[in-house]
Design a protein around this ligand. Structure first.
Ligand code: FES
Ligand SMILES: [Fe+2]
Length: 446
């Protein structure tokens, strides 16, 4: 349970909020490279942390992100012309490059141009493009912090799948808490019986042979926290799912197939999140069997038709308006929950309908009753609240803003003899090991 005050503190991410300021310390994954195929192509709207941006690839091929509102009189730069090294506002022709530098103010007499232009700057957000993804920095430093060294950012491009992105119609925290809660695997993601066949859509579902909940052991760290969810397997050995949380909104969860991942719950605003899931193979080019991009969602009907609103970019057709494609026959015959087990669709059904008293999709945590299986959620909330308060009160950000070597961690799936001390035993597997697969001693779906 959280107090009303702490719930507001941890959920709200707009400009000037403590949590929003914490997130603005970091580089943030925004849109995939494939959204901007050519230099000087049409700009796109984006919304991040409650702020409206326009993103574009300039004539040199480099990415720019500007505040949507033009510094002259606020027209949307979305309608701007992207040409000759900058974006020219359609209203009166003022022009800005990707750094926000003013290049032209044709409403001023030519002899005044230079001095006038020098005084104007568009608010620009530095961009960094790596492995099919464009990241932006929205903080106030003149020089952004070092770029995150997540393993997914350091592999060769062909080792990394194009990102899978899912729009989630709820606050980032309730969506992210699903990744910190191993116990729900045994329920919402479970098949009905051990021998239940795979349904037509999605994967077969999880099976916990012991009927006992996982035992969680949580370790707070300077970059966030990690934990083991231990389950006893049929032969008496212990399965440890070791997953990570990294400030400010990233997780790494065990895939069980040797790949590595980074899952980022990026707040579009307080009520909408993008789950950006990136998968990579440390061993070589990523297999075609691991689908990315639009293709991944075909099984559940793909994305809704896009409008110019960023909230439609990655919203799947299966969503809250149609019960996420739930099939009651599947629910009665093969799966505990009749929603297809595809990406986080089942999870969304659980988290998007959590609301506060105003009906906003921001869960009121004064009402919850936590159990032992929620230990990681409790730790991560504490870590986030402490980090946001410390930044607000003392101006000190968590160490992984500057020391990006702290990002070089992994999740792991380990099968250990009963009674093994898992923290020491998992130490190597929890670190990036170049050229070595992620520990996958038990596949995820057992
Ligand atoms: S509002 Fe953009 S140039 Fe006038
Ligand atoms: Fe889940």
């Amino acid at each position: 349970m959280l107090s009303r005050e702490n719930n507001e503190l941890i959920c709200r991410v707009g400009p000037g909020t403590p949590m929003g300021e914490l997130m603005r310390q970091y580089w943030i994954p925004a849109l995939p490279s494939a959204e901007f195929l050519e230099p000087d192509g049409p700009p796109k709207r984006m919304r991040l942390l409650g702020e409206n941006l326009v993103m574009f690839r300039d004539s040199s091929g480099r990415m720019g992100a500007l505040e949507e509102s033009c510094p002259h009189r606020g027209a949307s730069l979305y309608f701007g012309r992207n040409e000759e090294g900058g974006l020219r506002c359609a209203y009166h022709g003022w022009k800005f490059d990707r750094t926000g530098k003013c290049l032209d103010t044709p409403t001023e007499a030519p002899e005044r141009q230079q001095s006038f232009c020098a005084k104007i700057k568009a608010r620009a957000f530095p961009c960094h493009e790596v492995n099919h993804m464009i990241w932006v920095y929205m903080g106030s430093r003149d020089t952004p912090p070092p770029f995150p060294q997540f393993e997914i950012n350091t592999l060769p491009p062909d080792h990394v799948q194009i990102p899978r992105i899912m729009g989630e119609e709820a606050n980032y925290l309730q969506n992210m808490e699903g990744d910190l809660d191993s116990a729900h695997l045994d329920w919402v993601h479970r098949r009905l019986n051990e021998d239940s066949p795979k349904p037509e859509k999605g994967i077969r579902g999880f099976w916990n042979p012991t009927k006992r909940p996982p035992i969680l052991d949580v370790v707070p760290t300077e970059y966030g926290a990690y934990y083991s969810a231990k389950r006893i397997l049929g032969d008496g050995s212990e399965w440890h799912r070791v997953n990570q949380f990294i400030f400010p909104f990233h997780t790494m969860i065990t895939t069980g197939d040797g790949t590595i991942n980074l899952r980022s719950f990026v707040p579009v605003d307080d009520e909408f999140t993008m789950l950006i899931s990136q998968t990579g193979s440390p061993l070589g080019p990523i297999s075609d069997n691991i689908k990315g991009g639009d293709e991944f969602w075909e099984e559940v009907g793909g994305y809704v038709d896009r409008t110019n609103d960023p909230k439609t970019y990655f919203l799947t057709k299966a969503n809250r308006s149609n019960d996420y494609g739930r099939d009651l026959k599947v629910q009665s015959e093969t799966m505990f929950c009749g929603i297809p087990f595809v990406g986080n669709l089942q999870d969304r059904a659980m988290t998007e309908l959590m609301t506060n008293e105003k009906g906003e999709p921001i869960y009121d945590r004064t009402k919850e009753h936590l159990s032992a299986s929620d230990a990681m959620i409790v730790t991560v909330r504490r870590q986030l609240l402490n980090a946001a308060s410390r930044l607000r009160d003392e101006g000190i950000a968590p160490p992984n803003v500057e020391d990006v070597s702290l990002d070089k961690v992994r999740s792991a799936s380990l099968r250990l003899e009963g009674g093994t001390e898992w923290k020491a035993r998992s130490a190597e597997a929890r670190q990036v090991q170049e050229g070595k697969a992620a520990a996958a001693e038990v596949p995820l779906i057992v």
